[in-house]
Structure formats: structure tokens, C-alpha cells
Design a protein around this ligand. Structure first.
Ligand SMILES: *Cc1c(COP(=O)(O)O)cnc(C)c1O
Length: 359
């Protein structure tokens, strides 16, 4: 236990220690079966129970309405960048909000399958804010509008949502379960598991059932929401081990009091760090205040020559993976659900003492 360090990595990211200990305890002999959970059939009654419980706990945590399907998928978030246009575009027009790195990747992929319009973009200001919903130029003939409500690399977020006239599709990879969400405002919500849910290799899709059954001709079976949904996410062998671990993360989150409770902690964690950065002349965060992410906090050192030393020293202090993405440079603290509040306090103490020593 004492050897565990604070992991600020963006993903695959830190996991709740309680969950890892449970997995360790059960690894060789799951449920008294004398084998590991990763060694049993995905069609066995025992695994079916894991799958069903994971879905129902996920539904409870987000109050997912009955008319929404929940799918557990392969291929993380990136495969959805293809599946969404294949299933929802009807080969017509679709729209995207360009809010940064991940939005741009989604746009590029969708452009292979249909005509993509940009409803709004913050590229003009180097993605330092999230384009407000009022500014979106909605094309009523578009089949959906896609957003990336938490830009994991840029640290930009959209956190409240109004109704839209066309289905709202959102990549929630890095902020799912971080705070309350009214699922009914969305046509489809998706992401990779490896930030707030579990090990990589698993993805999730929550979609209005009306959007199922419209895949374009030639869509591979594995990428057709109807096929995946009818097969209860087991058209082929699913990533059973990540799914099992995700189920434990859902139970862990429920035991803490669910999304309501974790969101209070998350807001407190983020506010502490932003406040510290904003009050410093040594560190800075350039994101417009009303667009700041509560999950990923990029920051720069005023003197970039100190970057290497900051990373080296923070690592020695047990604070891992603070290096910013190569596309933005500087540092980034990813502070997902499983990262305890003490990690933020320790980081702030470290940053403060590093500043004193360097200054
Ligand atoms: C991590 C991330 C992705 C990519 O996820 P993969 O599972 O690796 O495909 C996409 N979008 C966002 C917002 C992310 O944070």
C-alpha cells in the first residue's frame, strides 16, 4: 500500500486502490470457482451476472432512462469516432463542435463517412475556451451534433447542457461519472473506460434506442449498434476482465455516495489547484475560467527551462505523470475520481516548495 504513488496520468489512469486490492484478492480464485474471472466463458451464468450488474450499477449512477441502451464495446473512444457516423449519419450531413485535440480527431474520422459541418470552433483562440451552446450554428438538416465536453489535453470543458433540436452526441471519455448528467439531453454518450471507469480496452456507449437500427449499408457487424445491442454487447468475445473491473469501480463509486458525492469532491479538488495556480506568478493556466475542466488541469511554468527539473523532482516526491501532452507542452494534472484529495494537497505543497527553491 505504502508503495503506491499519486498518479496524475491522463489515461490509462489511476484506479481506486480498494478495487485493485479486491481484484488481487480474487485473481486466482474468483467466486469460489477455482479459476480466475479472466478464464471463464463470457456466456457463463457467472459472467452474465457480472455484465448485468455492471450495467445496472452504471444505470443507477447516471439515472439512465429506460429508453436508452447501454453498450460495453471494444475499441475505446476512437472506434466510436467511426461507429457514430456509420450508424447515425444516414450518409447525410453531420455537425461537430471543434473544441480541441480530441474534437479534431473525431471530425477527421467522421469526414471519411459523410459530410461534416463545423457548428462552432474555438481554434481562433487556441482552444482556450469552449464554444458556448448559444454560439453553435445548428443546421436543422444535420443528423446529429457532436461535442467533446471534456478536452483531456486542452483542459477545456462544457459542463451544462441545454436541449438541442438535433441529437446531441458527446465524447465523455474523461469526465463520465465526474458529476451529475442529465442523460435525456443527449442522443448518445460514449467514451473509453481508461479514465474514470476502469482498464483500457473497454468502451461505453449510452444511446437513445431510437438511434439504433440506422447503420449505413456496408457497416461491419461489429460496428453496428443494432448488432451490438441485440447481442447484449457480446456479439463476439468482449473484454471480460476490464468489464469485471469496471463493475467494481461502479460499486466503489456507489459506496462513496455516487456521482453527487464524488462531484463535490471533484469540484473541491479542482478549485484548490486552480486557486493555487491563479495566485502564483510562477505557474499559469490559460483557459478561460468558465471553460475550465475539473478533471484535467494543464499548467505552465513561467520559466520553461525548469520543466525537466519540475518533472524529475515531482517524480521523486511520488507525484507521477505530470508531463503535459506534447501538443501543448508544460504540465498537466489529471485528477480523476480515483485520485484522492490528499494527492492534490501533496501536489500543491510540492509546487509551492519547488517555486520557493527555484525562485
Ligand atoms: C482518451 C480520450 C480519447 C481516446 O480514447 P481511446 O480509448 O484511446 O480511443 C478520446 N476522446 C477523449 C476526450 C479522450 O480523453
Amino acid at each position: 500500500m505504502t508503495s503506491r504513488k499519486y498518479n496524475f496520468g491522463a489515461g490509462p489512469a489511476t484506479m481506486p486502490t480498494e478495487v485493485l486490492l479486491e481484484v488481487q484478492e480474487e485473481l486466482l480464485d474468483w467466486n469460489g470457482m477455482g479459476v480466475s474471472v479472466m478464464e471463464i466463458s463470457h456466456r457463463s451464468p457467472e459472467f452474465t451476472k457480472i455484465a448485468e450488474e455492471a450495467e445496472s450499477d452504471f444505470r443507477d449512477l447516471l439515472s439512465i432512462p429506460e429508453n436508452y441502451a447501454v453498450l460495453f464495446t471494444h475499441g475505446g473512444a476512437s472506434l466510436q469516432n467511426a461507429m457514430i457516423p456509420l450508424n447515425l449519419s444516414k450518409q447525410g450531413i453531420v455537425q461537430y463542435v471543434d473544441s480541441g485535440y480530441w474534437a479534431s480527431r473525431s471530425i477527421k474520422e467522421a469526414s471519411k463517412f459523410c459530410e461534416v459541418g463545423i457548428a462552432a470552433s474555438s481554434k481562433d483562440k487556441d482552444y482556450s475556451y469552449f464554444p458556448s451552446q448559444e454560439s453553435w450554428q445548428i443546421d436543422k438538416t444535420a443528423n446529429y451534433i457532436h461535442i467533446t465536453p471534456n478536452e483531456t489535453i486542452g483542459g477545456v470543458a462544457m459542463r451544462s447542457f441545454n436541449d438541442t433540436t438535433i441529437p446531441l452526441v458527446a465524447d465523455f471519455s474523461s469526465s463520465i461519472l465526474s458529476e451529475k448528467l442529465d442523460v435525456s439531453k443527449f442522443g448518445l454518450i460514449y467514451g473509453g473506460a481508461q479514465k474514470n471507469i476502469g482498464p483500457s480496452g473497454l468502451g461505453f456507449v449510452i444511446l437513445n434506442k431510437d438511434l439504433i437500427g440506422h447503420a449505413m449499408d456496408g457497416t461491419p457487424s461489429m460496428l453496428d449498434y443494432q448488432v451490438i445491442s441485440e447481442g447484449k454487447s457480446m456479439f463476439n468475445t468482449p473484454p471480460t476482465f476490464p468489464w469485471y473491473v469496471a463493475g467494481k469501480v461502479f460499486k466503489w463509486l456507489k459506496s462513496l455516495g455516487g456521482v453527487n458525492e464524488i462531484s463535490k469532491i471533484n469540484v473541491r479538488k479542482a478549485n484548490k489547484l486552480y486557486e493555487f495556480i491563479d495566485n502564483s506568478d510562477f505557474y499559469s493556466n490559460n483557459i478561460q475560467k468558465d471553460s475550465r475542466s475539473i478533471m484535467n488541469i494543464p499548467f505552465l511554468l513561467r520559466n520553461e527551462d525548469l520543466n525537466e527539473s519540475f518533472l524529475q523532482n515531482s517524480k521523486e516526491a511520488g507525484l507521477l505523470a505530470l508531463k503535459g501532452h506534447r501538443s501543448v507542452g508544460g504540465m498537466r494534472a489529471s485528477i480523476y475520481n480515483a485520485l484522492p484529495e490528499e494527492a492534490i494537497d501533496t501536489l500543491i505543497e510540492f509546487m509551492s516548495s519547488f517555486e520557493k527553491k527555484a525562485g
